[in-house]
Design a protein around this ligand. Structure first.
Ligand SMILES: Cc1cc2nc3c(=O)[nH]c(=O)nc-3n(C[C@H](O)[C@H](O)[C@H](O)COP(=O)(O)O)c2cc1C
Length: 320
């Protein structure tokens, strides 16, 4: 769905590289946790039997590879407390970083203490707050809950555990980034345009009910690579997401300034193909690709890759 913009990033491959893939170290420290690789299993689901199965499968992979993961929106947990077990995949506290997920309107309405209490019960280390204005506009029949973004910094402070701000497939513009960079966040997840478009995830484009006149104007957004590039001028941790599909995309996201990357749709597809091992197989193959690209660039660590020179397509400048 669209173009995340990674093709506008040229990595300097080195003919003189003496680094081999098995010498590449992907270990990363994020929020005090040592991770096997800088890849977040993005917020996707919870609340249903299928959601529970996906979360369990993702958790198995996160534990095996030492990766951070998040659940999908906890909204349903507050509306239907009986869904608790569908999110409860860290009872043994083995996931290195486990995050919840909520929209800001509901989070502000519930208040930081109630949200924190739910996260604590699920042994979560923090919370993704997601912005999904386009998805809301695509659902004209639902009553939209309004909120004041200026109240978010106070929510984060009172929440008292790490909060990461994310989009859901549209990215953040330069002005958003300037505002958010002043909030007491622990990270920004770009979820830029060019990957899954979260409101299209809920609409089948081929179905009769798909209202193109309504939804096509909502398919705007800022390409992932551009959001990472713009965000890199602030002192914030960046999770590059939205259309990250290969180890090559990951390498280009890191070279633009991302500290971690995150993927959603490929994990869902991999789980649908093989609920037991699909997610693990998809991730290990992409991390192998990443090691190969890093070896070609002569970089041994993510830190090396972040310092590695890149050439940017001139359209980056024009887009800003
Ligand atoms: C099936 C599906 C469900 C999702 N559910 C959520 C959600 O509950 N909360 C959220 O913040 N993002 C949700 N997302 C958005 C992802 O977390 C991610 O930001 C977005 O899909 C971009 O990543 P991708 O291109 O790798 O899919 C969902 C995405 C997919 C594909």
């Amino acid at each position: 769905m669209g173009d995340p913009g990674f093709d506008g990033v040229v990595l300097r491959q080195s003919a003189l590289s003496s680094v081999f893939p098995d010498e590449v170290n992907l270990q990363t420290v994020f929020l005090g946790a040592t991770l096997g690789a800088p890849l977040f299993l993005a917020p996707v689901t919870g609340g249903t039997p299928e959601g529970a199965d996906f979360n369990r499968s993702a958790a198995r992979c996160a534990i095996r590879l030492g990766l951070p993961m998040a659940t999908g929106s906890l909204r349903i947990l507050f509306e239907q407390p009986g869904t608790f077990e569908t999110f409860n995949v860290n009872a043994d506290r083995e996931i290195p970083l486990f995050f919840g997920n909520l929209g800001p309107a509901m989070a502000l309405r519930l208040g930081p203490e109630r949200v924190r209490e739910a996260c604590d019960r699920l042994h979560m280390h923090g919370l993704f707050l997601y912005f999904n204005h386009a998805q809301e506009l695509a659902q004209p029949d639902r009553e939209h809950e309004r909120f004041d973004p200026d109240r978010i910094p106070e929510f984060i402070t009172r929440f008292g555990a790490p909060v990461i701000i994310k989009e859901t497939g549209m990215g953040f513009c330069a002005r958003d980034l300037a505002v958010i960079s002043n909030w007491p966040i622990s990270g920004l997840d770009t979820s830029g345009a060019g990957g899954s478009n979260f409101f299209l995830v809920e609409h089948d484009e081929s179905a009769d009910s798909f209202d193109a006149a309504r939804t096509i104007p909502l398919q705007t957004g800022i390409p992932t690579a551009l959001v990472i590039h713009m965000a890199s001028s602030y002192n914030i941790s960046i999770i590059g997401s939205g259309g990250v599909r290969s180890g090559f995309d990951m390498a280009r996201a890191f070279s633009l300034g991302a500290d971690l990357v995150s993927c959603a749709a490929p994990l869902v597809r991999a789980w649908a193909r093989d609920p037991e091992d699909g997610i693990h197989a998809w991730i290990t193959s992409r991390l192998d690709q990443l090691r190969t690209v890093m070896s070609l660039c002569g970089t041994r660590s993510i830190g090396d890759l972040k310092r590695h020179p890149v050439t940017l397509d001139p359209r980056f400048g024009e887009m800003i």
